[in-house]
Design a protein around this ligand. Structure first.
Ligand code: ATP
Ligand code: MG
Length: 323
């Protein structure tokens, strides 16, 4: 286990800190203005960022996103354009060698975009908030579903279930109509089509690798030109089909009617639920320090997800920390 990258303080403008990424406006050495996304090793659970990080997690998320962006470009091409221009820290102008070295393996340089404030979720299986809603109303985000489905059952077909991007706290599931009223119906129809195509690509690839992609979330934005004006065609931004934005289950042990083993943060969540049951934490910040055993187990889950999906070992190169 190596040290986790938790903070990031670069001499670049417009620094925003998300739960996992530090985001900046940057310029590439060739003069292209970009959004710089630095993936930290921070881990959030129940929307609270834990004080303990998972070494190597930021690099896993970055490499896995890069893997998917390449496949998306190869298979969908112009039908679903994306933001990723480079994952090479050496392409960022204005940083010295040490600053670049500290970022290797965990940066994405994306086209600057005006973010569409809707989380575009595709679900192929009935889990999480979808399962909760189904039990109450036989719907998910207002989409009616057949009776008699069990927890984690495969849905008759994948569904699009948008959520509003809340500035703080929990994102809220909304109906397609409500999302369409918020940002415009033609845009939402386009994003729904793109989301379902992307999900199908990911699900089919994952299935070949022995993994169920139960659901996943995408973000889109309008690319900004040099004057900061948004273009007309939305592009896929942010991270793509990582354990942070998706539910992955090993196919081998998948069975509906119960919770699934997963490659995501379930291990941390179970640990935290134990603390909550014992009255030691109330799901409010600050989160508790995580024990080494939980960190190591979670680290190995992220690594396994990467290796299973890409078919390549998660190796140390580009100076990135070993996982
Ligand atoms: N090309 C891009 N241009 C502008 N912003 C982007 C781009 N790609 C991703 N982003 C934004 O960068 C941020 C990434 O940070 P992070 O993943 O830590 O956010 P987060 O805590 O998940 O917050 P959120 O709930 O808003 O996603 C997101 O707010 C995302 O919308
Ligand atoms: Mg995010």
């Amino acid at each position: 286990m190596t040290t986790a990258h938790l903070t990031c303080d670069l001499p670049l403008p417009n620094h925003r800190r998300g739960k996992v990424r530090d985001v900046y406006d940057a310029t590439m050495n060739d003069g292209t203005p970009v959004t710089l996304l630095v993936a930290s090793d921070r881990l959030s659970a129940f929307d609270v960022v834990m004080p303990t990080g998972i070494p190597g997690k930021g690099a896993v998320l970055t490499r896995l996103s890069k893997f998917w962006f390449d496949r998306i470009a190869a298979e969908l091409g112009d039908a679903v354009p994306h933001h990723l221009l480079s994952v090479d820290a050496g392409d960022i102008a204005g940083l010295d060698d040490d600053q670049q070295a500290a970022l290797r393996g965990r940066v994405m340089l994306g086209r600057r975009a005006q973010v569409v404030p809707i989380e575009c979720v595709a679900r192929g299986y009935l889990a999480g908030s979808g399962w909760k809603e189904y039990q109450q109303s036989q719907t998910v985000c207002g989409v009616p579903l057949p009776a008699g489905l069990k927890q984690c059952d495969r849905l008759p077909g994948p569904i699009f279930t948008p959520a509003t991007k809340a500035a703080t706290g929990h994102d809220e599931n909304v109906s397609f109509d409500r999302a369409a009223r918020a940002v415009g119906r033609p845009l939402m129809e386009r994003l729904r089509d793109a989301t379902l195509r992307l999900y199908a690509l990911g699900r089919d690839h994952a299935a070949e690798r022995g993994i169920v992609l139960a659901d996943t979330k995408f973000e889109f934005g309008f690319p900004l030109d040099a004057q900061g004006n948004p273009g007309d065609t939305p592009i896929l931004i942010d991270e793509v089909m990582t354990p942070d934005s998706s539910r992955f289950w090993p196919s081998e042990t998948y069975a509906p009617g119960r919770d699934q083993d997963s490659y995501d943060k379930q291990f941390v969540r179970n640990h935290l639920e134990g603390l909550v049951d014992a009255g030691a934490w109330n799901k409010q910040p600050p989160g508790p320090v995580l024990p080494d055993a939980v960190v190591v187990a979670t680290q190995s889950k992220y690594k396994k997800a990467f290796e299973a999906l890409t078919g390549t070992p998660f190796v140390v190169h580009d100076g990135c920390e070993p996982a």
